[in-house]
Design a protein around this ligand. Structure first.
Ligand code: SF4
Ligand code: SF4
Length: 750
């Protein structure tokens, strides 16, 4: 089980003669990388970040710009956009007469659900008069994972599953969750998060339009009855109990003129409840408002500060206030000027100052204040990459406190978050995954104990657990769970932070989520080596190739590049990392293509046999090289390794060194990562925490200062004492001192 270094002499051969050959081999590998990248070009997606016209996104005539017939083949003509949220009617033409056959709608008109990239998948959906989905077409997505590797056809196959399903069906991702009448859909392998987001987009859009056109009937809710409470509340009381809510629209998340000021900061509440209405408007104000309201009319107040007006600067008489809406799933309520009342003053002394205010009237029997509802603010946001404007929603829920409702709050069954279902579905795998990570962390935290029981020539306490972890990592983490962390995730996070961060989306891939927390914590504590050296699936694959190479008789060919050459080549991976990160700010698409320099997707996600020959060559070259040298990909190419190496410099706990390390190079020449420099210092950015140098540190038959001391003591007949934490034999003087102290103590006691 020992790796190729363990049986070598303390000093590895320099292999100077092999250097030109090795360098040529490296050049060949890098050449293959380029070929592989070129070869990947034809796999480009066709709707990735497609430019969609303003007519399609917001124009009157959706179907003049969108392929509506593809999602509603039975129709020949389409109406203009109508309704709120908008949809178009689809007509067949029989003998010159129009016959309604269904509806077509654009997902972004209805819902605002970002996918993994932080941007929505723009989807065109057709639904017949019976509420059956007749077609789905993705018009634009920004999902990096579908750019290369996972073919766009996988997305097309995924959305095809919706054709023939009812708009009110409970559709869930994963075939194992069909309880409660749910219909399971196959996820997109390797792009679960995208599938979950797209499922919400299609299901919610179809449901909302089905509800609006009367296909889907919602169960009637008993009308709300308010308790007669009339206590006078301060602003702080109302904020605390939740009858007044706040909604902040940060400048950074929309097109704001001044990035340092909030775009809008709103407070809102429901005025029909006596205690709230009287506290805010005073008795007189409340009474006169209530007198004006008819049954099924509801008054909502909004006050706001910030750089923009919630009423909108382009508001015209008779028009709709297009920046604020009230939603009570699945219905959206908008306001016209006839629904607007002036609000000049709020009664509570501690009410905040405001720049603008309004009372809006919801006039609908569909609104029920006993159930939760949301105030939604819509704002423009331009895509940083292509300048195209989209709408973003900011929502805040208000649910009246139970004390204002006769009988308390009704029972509301909220849909289980998709990520919760995924976690629940994979409990066993997650537990096993967690155990593997915990085992690695535990073993590493006990490294002193492990290395003290090992010697340079015999180290099963370290070699066996590491090999077990490598096998588990390749087989279970890599091939089975497809949990290979990647630089693409880092780039996606950067972009999500810039666009819209949603925890639910990252929680939707439990293994990657947990793995990254493990990586963050372990890098902060010990540096990158616990992940890279013990757990990374591709790193483990290289390490197993090295061990296998030794087993099959390649040991005599196994070598490292000369340290001087290594010290130059190791910078390549940092260059790759910064180029990828830099490019991603200009074009995520190009960055994703360049990220194919990581062989992870081909190896674990997509499978070598689903790729083209440049990818086979690339992986073949890396693994072939790994049979002859330790982790060449990690050392010279891996951008993720480089990205983790940088924070590793700040790790809390480094490996031990002793004074003599500065001149003695025994560990340095045995380090398979070339991580110990001429001054005996460990370079934490390169160290894979194999612990070989730590074994030597305590080995009195290998560590030169210890060997010297041992021999001297043996020669002079002095006993060999234990080795202390600093890596030296405990001095005889201090042993004698301890013994005499103990004897004195005993004498005093007796
Ligand atoms: S350097 Fe890259 S491939 Fe190697 S172990 Fe680290 S992350 Fe994995
Ligand atoms: S410096 Fe790191 S990689 Fe090198 S021998 Fe020590 S523990 Fe292993």
């Amino acid at each position: 089980m020992n790796d190729h270094r363990s049986a070598a002499k303390p000093s590895l051969p320099t292999f100077a003669k092999l250097a030109p050959l090795a360098a040529q081999l490296l050049q060949l590998v890098l050449l293959l990388v380029c070929v592989a990248l070129l070869g990947s070009a034809p796999a480009r997606a066709t709707v990735y970040d497609a430019e969609l016209s303003a007519q399609l996104l917001h124009g009157e005539d959706l179907c003049a710009a969108a392929p509506c017939r593809e999602v509603m083949p039975a129709a020949q003509q389409f109406s203009k956009r109508k309704g709120s949220p908008s949809y178009v009617e689809a007509y067949a033409v029989d003998a010159g007469k129009q016959r309604l056959v269904g509806y077509v709608f654009l997902s972004t008109d209805v819902v605002d659900i970002p996918a993994y990239s932080g941007k929505p998948v723009v989807t065109l959906i057709g639904m017949d008069k019976a509420g059956i989905i007749s077609g789905v077409r993705v018009l634009k997505h920004s999902e990096p994972i579908l750019l290369a590797g996972i073919p766009e056809s996988a997305l097309l196959k995924f959305i095809h599953q919706y054709v023939g399903k009812s708009a009110d069906a409970k559709l869930v991702i994963g075939q194992g969750q069909q309880d409660g009448g749910a219909i399971g859909l196959d996820a997109i392998s390797g792009a679960t998060v995208t599938a979950i987001a797209e499922n919400q987009v299609i299901s919610r859009s179809a449901y909302e339009i089905g509800r609006q056109v009367g296909i889907i009937k919602s169960t009637p809710r008993p009308p709300a009855r308010f308790t007669p409470l009339r206590d006078k509340l301060s602003w702080a009381d109302m904020l605390k109990e939740g009858s007044v809510q706040s909604l902040l629209v940060p400048a950074g998340e929309v097109d704001a003129k001044d990035p340092s000021q909030p775009y809008m900061e709103l407070h809102f509440g429901y005025l029909n409840v006596p205690a709230v209405g009287i506290s805010l408007l005073g008795q007189h104000g409340y009474d006169s408002l209530m007198q004006d309201l008819k049954p099924d009319e509801h008054a909502i107040f909004i006050i706001a500060t910030g750089q923009e007006s919630f009423k909108g600067s382009g508001f015209v008489r008779g028009g709709i206030y297009d920046r604020v809406q009230v939603r009570q799933d699945p219905v959206t309520f908008t306001f016209r000027d006839t629904d607007y009342l002036n609000l000049y003053h709020l009664q509570p002394a501690d009410a905040p100052a405001f720049k603008e205010s309004a009372i809006f009237i919801v006039r609908s029997a569909d609104f029920n204040p006993a159930w939760p509802w949301q105030l939604t603010v819509l704002a423009n946001k331009s895509d940083k990459e292509n300048g195209i404007k989209t709408f973003v929603h900011f929502d805040q829920e208000l649910w009246l406190p139970a004390r204002y409702l006769e009988g308390g709050r009704p029972h509301v069954e909220r849909p289980q978050a998709a990520w919760k279902a995924i976690w629940a579905n994979q409990k066993v795998e997650i537990a096993l995954f967690g155990l593997i990570l915990a085992f690695a962390a535990f073993m590493y935290s006990r490294r002193d104990w492990l290395v003290r029981r090992s010697s340079r020539k015999h180290k099963p306490w370290i070699a066996v657990p590491r090999h077990l972890l490598w096998i588990a990592s390749v087989g279970f983490l890599g091939f089975y769970l497809k949990a290979q962390p990647s630089i693409t995730q880092v780039m996606t996070w950067f972009h999500s932070i810039l666009h819209q961060w949603k925890w639910e989306l990252f929680l939707s891939d439990p293994f990657i989520f947990v793995f990254w927390w493990f990586i963050i914590i372990s890098v902060a504590l010990w540096g990158r080596g616990v992940f890279c050296g013990w757990l990374c699936p591709f790193g483990s694959l290289q390490q197993l190739a090295l061990s296998l190479g030794k087993r099959i008789g390649l040991k005599r060919f196994q070598s490292l590049l000369p340290k001087r050459l290594h010290d130059k080549l190791k910078w390549i991976k940092y260059a790759v990392f910064f180029v990828l990160l830099g490019v991603s700010f200009f074009s995520m698409e190009t960055a994703e293509h360049l990220a194919e320099i990581e062989p992870f997707k081909t190896t674990f996600l997509v499978g070598v046999w689903n790729r083209t020959w440049p990818f086979w060559l690339f992986i073949g070259a890396i693994l072939g090289w790994s049979f002859l040298s330790e982790r060449p990909y990690c050392k010279y190419i891996c951008p993720l390794g480089a990205g983790l190496a940088i924070p590793s410099k700040l790790r809390l706990f480094g490996l031990k060194r002793k004074q003599e390390c500065t001149t003695c190079h025994a560990c340095a020449s045995g380090c398979g990562s070339h991580a110990i420099d001429a001054a005996g210092k460990i370079d934490q950015t390169e160290c894979m925490q194999c612990l070989d140098c730590m074994i030597l540190y305590y080995d009195d038959h290998a560590c030169p200062p210890l060997v010297k001391e041992r021999k001297a003591r043996e020669k002079s007949g002095q006993p060999l004492t234990a080795i202390n934490g600093a890596g030296y034999f405990i001095s005889l003087d201090s042993v004698r001192q301890t013994l005499s102290d103990k004897a004195a103590e005993q004498r005093t006691r007796s």
